[in-house]
Design a protein around this ligand. Structure first.
Ligand SMILES: [Zn+2]
Ligand SMILES: [Zn+2]
Length: 148
């Protein structure tokens, strides 16, 4: 991957990466590293929004849903944990869905109480709703894939 300094309309002159794109003139296009970073952050947020919605949308102990940042996925069985739900890099939405299926969505307060043994954890999958199928004839919304 080659790094070049090019002007981005949003970020000024910053490092850009050459990424292969058969549709683009010359077979590649330049991607602003700052725009890419922001897209990764947006993707992280988007993935969490989807997973939280599918896991019931609120804490499955107390119903808290005010701040998505305070909602976490608690692994019911730590031995089944393949990766912490907080990491996002390089994982597909499907991989997160697999992982979320072994978890229950709880808020930071209830998570702390579960970890401390004060309250029992709800079973994995509590409150889960089935992921929405893509619209008929339509294409499922594609999440930005920084590795593509
Ligand atoms: Zn940019
Ligand atoms: Zn709670």
């Amino acid at each position: 991957m080659r790094h070049v300094l090019v002007r981005c309309p949003r970020h000024g002159v910053v490092t850009h990466y050459r990424t292969a794109d058969p549709r683009a003139a010359g077979g590649y296009r330049l991607r602003c590293s700052r725009c890419t970073g922001e897209a990764v952050l947006r993707r992280k947020r988007k993935v969490k929004e989807i997973l939280v919605a599918e896991a019931g949308g609120c804490c499955q102990v107390c119903g808290y849903d005010r701040c998505i940042g305070n909602l976490t996925f608690h692994h019911i069985d730590p031995s089944q944990k393949r990766f912490p739900m907080s990491t996002c890099s390089g994982k597909s939405l499907a991989a997160f869905r697999d992982e979320a299926a072994k978890c229950v969505l709880v808020c930071a307060n209830c998570h702390g109480e579960i970890e401390a043994g004060l309250i029992p954890s709800p079973p994995a999958g509590t409150g889960r709703i089935a992921p929405k199928p893509p619209p008929p004839g339509g294409v499922a919304p594609r999440l930005f894939d920084p590795g593509a």
